[in-house]
Design a protein around this ligand. Structure first.
Ligand code: PAF
Length: 305
């Protein structure tokens, strides 16, 4: 495995690989890699000839009072994870390499970023879209793998690719969960033992929502207010948001309509961490509920015990 820290070297190496007829799978990360990232790498490895992982904690996507300085980092263990997953290139640039001159260009995806995390983190998605656009420019034509735990991020990246006609195929991968349902996140490391237990309220309330739709509830407002009620009454949890939106453009409909993807998304402060989670679902034309609850570490669909 090769560790590359310069943009020119990365672009030249990947260009040569493409000339040799090799397809490129790209997994952008901020490091502190966990089983969720490893699932993205494994999926990239199955689909593509060469897998490149970027490890870069992007200052642009952190607000002034957010956890940039304390964001967890462990480069040695990240390298071990990439090696174990058969990654061929790790791109690990410095901040100066990524942003050699002050940025005068910012990529903003409008509309999709008004709600959910965009409402409480107003500069976050411009930071994500800008760095992802830069990384796509550096990597070149590729399949890029993103986890659905960051559902809004995936929606933003898909739209960015479409609007700017970038030669990238965005592959959405399921949220990876611990056996008890907690969505994997680098920020889970901030949870002490009681907070780790309290954090299960996020997935529990989302699974209860899926049950209520399965039982026939179709009124979006009712579904959302039940979600707020169940999450808000959980011990040690302070809600940032709990919303049910259309999956394609993250807007509101009055009821759950057949044939459309929806996402129920939550963010909450639990102990020292701000955590997010979501489930997506569709009612097929016969009214049958198809819900994506995520996957386990081994890639099998998550099933509640
Ligand atoms: O999801 C992340 O880890 C980051 O937002 C990303 C996509 C690597 C951009 O910095």
């Amino acid at each position: 495995m090769r560790i590359i820290s310069h943009v020119d070297e990365l672009s030249r190496t990947l260009e040569a690989a493409r000339r040799d007829g090799r397809s490129i799978g790209f997994v952008p990360t901020m490091g502190f890699l966990h089983a969720g990232h490893r699932a993205l790498m494994a999926q990239a490895k199955r689909a593509c000839d060469l897998v490149v992982v970027s490890i870069f904690v992007n200052p642009l996507q952190f607000g002034v009072n957010e956890d940039l300085a304390g964001y967890p980092r462990d480069f040695e263990s990240d390298i071990a994870a990439c090696t174990a997953e058969g990654v061929e290139i790790v791109f690990h640039p410095s901040v100066e390499e990524m942003y050699p001159t002050p940025m005068r260009t910012v990529v903003t995806v409008t509309g999709l970023t008004d709600r959910l995390c965009g409402a409480s983190r107003p500069t976050h998605f411009a930071g994500v879209a800008t760095v992802v656009a830069k990384l796509f420019g550096m990597v070149g034509p590729c399949d890029a793998f993103f986890g659905k735990k960051d559902y809004q991020q995936v929606a933003v990246v898909k739209r960015l690719v479409r609007d700017l006609s970038l030669p990238v195929n965005v592959v959405e991968c399921p949220t990876v969960r611990e056996d008890d349902g907690l969505a994997m996140s680098s920020r889970n490391t901030y949870l002490d033992v009681p907070a780790r237990q309290n954090a299960l309220a996020l997935s529990r309330s989302l699974f209860a929502l899926v049950d209520s739709i399965g039982a026939g509830e179709r009124n979006r407002l009712q579904i959302e207010s039940d979600l707020v009620q169940s999450l808000g009454s959980s011990q040690g949890v302070t809600i940032d948001y709990a919303e049910v939106l259309t999956g394609d453009d993250l807007t509101i409909t009055e009821s759950i309509e057949v044939g459309r993807e929806y996402v129920a998304a939550v963010a909450a402060r639990v102990g020292a961490a701000r955590l997010i989670d979501n489930v997506s679902f569709t009612l097929d034309p016969s009214g049958k509920l198809l819900a994506d609850l995520g996957a386990l570490r081994d890639g099998l669909p998550f099933v509640r015990s």
